[in-house]
Design a protein around this ligand. Structure first.
Ligand code: SAM
Length: 371
């Protein structure tokens, strides 16, 4: 027989007050349905499971109405809830670790009498985005063979290759002599054993002599650089050939064509406000641009990857591996996901996007710059 627990016992085990439990009951968040012979409410295993979710989301800082939406979502089973909670907790832990590390660095600097600039002080909140979100990366961000073939063709016959903003090493060619550059410690730590040597540095200041590589490549990273044009010039300085996978921020057509940015996340446009146009990036390095179509079953979970698989965007681990979702903020993210979930359930998404069903690949603004 299932064990049922009294309100007092549940409060004791969970470390919350009986009053809190009564309140959750009153507002319908966790409503134990069973009664003892004396008429007291008791919690079934199912009620306890739901309460555990509520308390965990509460601890993560969600408001009660948001929690009601999250736990009331009938399309999410207990395992999916646990996965989502785990992803959120790991992201929180990484964020805390990054802040502690930043404070340690500042304490060390101050102990030595070094002045810490306002930029460095504020850096702990945002600049090291990939130290915060990086641990989710490897779950979905894997080399897509078709995009890789296009990048590797762009490298021509280069034997020595510098991979700038290398992350965990996706798209590094196996048959060439690769050196990686990656500023985030969290990303460097996830590079598989045996992968190319990796230098802790940023694109804007590459610690290499002029023309020391046959080619320099950069994949899905330029939009994170403090100074994209400066970084591209650095690549041009250290290598004879430059290959960059980026996107055309100034051609709004694809943003309107891509249902995710058009119908659910228009805020994406704001993130691109300061990002240079494709022409402004191509000109200083003398590059030409070619479109990079995204296959319908793209294995690299980049932002646009799931254009024909909309349900993937409901998955927390999918979103956590793409910085856009962290950068728009939790409120916007939850609104967009809720609205997509509703449209998928009601059939509205399928109605609007029926034309995608037969497409093998599509152009969503990804471009390969080759110089
Ligand atoms: C979306 S990931 C791409 C990683 C890898 N190139 C790939 O395709 O999987 C972006 C990477 O750029 C790195 N990054 C951020 N700012 C950078 C900078 N100024 N210079 C070089 N890399 C940077 C991040 O730490 C992160 O690893």
């Amino acid at each position: 027989m299932e064990e049922h627990l009294t309100v007092g016992r549940v409060a004791e085990l969970a470390g919350v007050s009986v009053r809190t439990l009564h309140y959750y009951d009153e507002i319908g968040l966790v409503r134990p349905a069973e009664r003892t012979a004396a008429g007291y409410r008791t919690y079934s295993p199912g009620d306890v499971e739901r309460l555990r979710e509520v308390l965990a989301y509460r601890r993560l800082g969600f408001g009660l109405s948001e929690i009601a939406d999250l736990v009331g979502d009938v399309s999410t089973d207990p395992i999916a809830h646990l996965r989502r909670l785990r992803g959120l907790l790991v992201a929180r832990r990484d964020q805390t670790d990054a802040m502690v590390a930043a404070i340690d660095r500042e304490l060390e600097a101050r102990a030595k009498g070094v002045t810490v600039s306002p930029q460095e002080q504020l850096g702990m909140f945002g600049a090291r985005l990939y130290d915060t979100i990086g641990s989710a990366y490897t779950s979905t961000r894997r080399t897509d063979p078709r995009i890789a073939a296009q990048i590797w063709a762009g490298l021509g016959d280069a034997r020595t290759v510098l991979n700038v903003g290398a992350g965990t090493g996706s798209y590094e060619p196996y048959d060439r002599d690769v050196t990686a550059v990656e500023p985030s410690a969290v990303m460097r730590a996830q590079r598989p054993a045996g992968s190319a040597p990796c230098v802790a540095a940023a694109a804007e200041r590459l610690p290499f002599a002029d023309q020391s590589f046959d080619a320099a490549m950069a994949v899905s990273t330029v939009h994170h650089w403090r100074d994209p044009i400066g970084g591209l010039r650095e690549m041009r300085r250290v290598a004879r050939r430059v290959v960059v996978l980026t996107f055309d921020a100034c051609e709004p057509g694809w943003r309107d064509r891509f249902w995710l940015t058009r119908d659910y996340l228009p805020e994406f446009g704001d993130l691109l406000a300061d990002f240079p146009s494709l022409a402004a990036m191509a000109e200083p390095i003398g590059a030409v641009a070619e479109p990079v179509p995204i296959p319908w079953d793209c294995t690299d979970g980049l932002f646009e990857a799931y254009w024909r698989r909309p349900r993937a965007y409901l998955e927390d681990h999918v979103r956590r591996a793409v910085s856009t979702w962290t950068r728009v903020g939790q409120e916007v993210e939850h609104r967009a996901v809720r609205s997509l979930r509703d449209d998928l359930a009601s059939g509205r998404w399928a109605e609007r996007n029926g034309d995608l069903a037969g497409l093998e690949a599509t152009d969503l603004g990804l471009r390969l710059l080759i110089a």
